[in-house]
Design a protein around this ligand. Sequence first.
Ligand code: CMC
Length: 433
Amino acid sequence: MQLSDKKATLSFSDGSSPIEFPVYQGTIGPDVIDIRKLYGQSGMFTYDPGFLSTASCESGITYIDGDEGQLLYRGYPIDQLAQKCDFMDISYLILNGDLPDANQKKEFDSLVTHHTMVNEQLHFFLRGFRRDAHPMAVLTGLVGALAAFYHDSTDITNAHHRHVSAIRLIAKMPTLVAMAYKYSQGQPFIYPQNDLSYTGNFLRMMFATPCEEYKVNEVVERALDRIFILHADHEQNASTSTVRLCGSSGTNPFAAIASGVACLWGPAHGGANEACLQMLEELQANGGVAKVGEFMEKVKDKNSGVRLMGFGHRVYKNYDPRAKLMQETCKEVLAALGLENDPLFKLAMELERIALEDPYFVDRKLYPNVDFYSGIVQRAIGIPTSLFTAIFALARTVGWIAQWNEMLSDPDYKIGRPRQLYVGSEVRDIAGR
Ligand code: CMC
């Protein structure tokens, strides 16, 4: 963070003295006004529900230019990363700041691979859930429970402990997600297999049974790996901010990441891919492409409460670059699996075509986001809709843990404690008791 020559001055209409604030510059993107001394000097807070104009931290991990539709991980554009790297490269990059060389990659792969198994007791913990429980309910519990099994890496002041926890979380998430799925199906858990890639291993844990050999389909493996890459980190979104806020109290990493999983579950965030596919399925069942116009009228009617899921974004006011890459992967997977005529894909394309021409969407700068196509890809791969958000959580874990670690490594870090504008009762006495 670099001090700018500029300063910001806040003046008041009641004649109080103006207050001057320093301005800091980042590498790219908007400058920030440092208002830390505002309350001390004026007795006032700022008011910014939803944090529309508030930078909660400095970070060097991810950068989004919402107007340009650009996403960078550690400075690299997402399209280059998606085309030239795999998810283990990305995880290394997000955690360590640079892409690995061949040796670093080999070591990192091996480290993650050798942490994929989970303590056997976790199976018993999982068996306490109903089989029809939502996978995100199960995952929130399982991730939080990791602290009960891996307390030898929960000293957050110890950089080695933080690293071990990061590796454990990245490595064990696929195992936990696959276990949650297998449990819901009443099928036996499949143990990880070390000669497979991170993503190949996940596919096998999801879809293999002890009864026959499972061969990983390379197109499917690449597509899922891309889904992981595109979801790996995304600045200070709701779940990442939740992880930071939760972690700022000094709680252990597993508890902090469990809070991120819980936040991600919501339909305005990670749950949107599930909601988007449900929307497409419902629309298909109720007339498909022929009824798109009618459906769009409902979306535009504020009283209907219907939104076009997979459209719009707090930061992107242009095409989400992840959506473009996802659309490409969608075409590739459907072709490889012989599903080119998939009606939901056709429906999605038609909705997108109409929305990109409709003034309602154009004026509000509403473009497809990553979730618009990721559901179709996952469905084609055989992943049930209810598991979509858990896949997102699996991929986002590396971002969460890197952001958590970045916060704890910052000498200026403080417990997060927003203020409020109190509008409740004034002081009053209890009467009549
Ligand atoms: N369909 C119809 N109208 C919409 C939509 C949509 N999907 N998204 C926003 N709008 C309208 C909204 O009604 C408002 O209109 P007006 O100005 O007339 O009141 C305007 O666009 C601005 O919307 P907003 O809700 O104030 O914008 P926001 O930045 O607070 O919300 C959002 C962003 C993602 C929550 C929202 O666009 C949305 O609900 N989208 C659908 C859910 C979705 O796909 N979420 C996934 C986000 S990407 C995955 C991730 O990173 O987690």
